[in-house]
Ligand binder design. Sequence first.
Ligand SMILES: [Zn+2]
Length: 197
Amino acid sequence: MTTFPTITLLGNPVLRARAAEVDDPRSPEVAALSAELHAAMDELNLVGLAAPQIDVSLRVFVMKSRKGPRYPNAPEISPIAVINPEVISRSEMHLHGIERCGSIPGFWGLVPRPAAIQARWLDLEGERVELELVDLAARVFLHELDHLDGILFLDRLASLEDLVVDSEVDRLNERLEPIGQAAAIPDPPRFPVPPPS
Ligand SMILES: [Zn+2]
């Protein structure tokens, strides 16, 4: 029987730490870490998983992109391992999209993110990869990159009204319609200030 790593959950300090750069992407340890992340991502039916989510504070994540009911226009990207990622540029245009996180089970959020990014990283052979990512692929990349910097999707919510539990997720679609998928809006503050009561 295959055993899967325990996923670190909201409150675990590893999720709030800045993960360390990988020195040697070709090392057997990084290959094993990538394999563990891929297996856990599939087991949890996620489209991305970052090393701190299995309690390894290194700048590594895995991701994929595929069409689904919430992202009908998503580009198809086979599962990849991303090491020491960087964002070179990001579009001013932001899109709202529905996200969840393996480390915050039971919740979904409506999160604004750049519609497109130019990103760069190393693969498991140590080769530099540079790509423009759009739509769900850009969203997943940025969500996972945030994990390497100790940032969670909760920090990116424009309002706590944009956070719902599993059984209420369809309400986020209702909230999306009046906002419109696309909106040129600035990044929200990391820690939204509550309205005065
Ligand atoms: Zn996450």
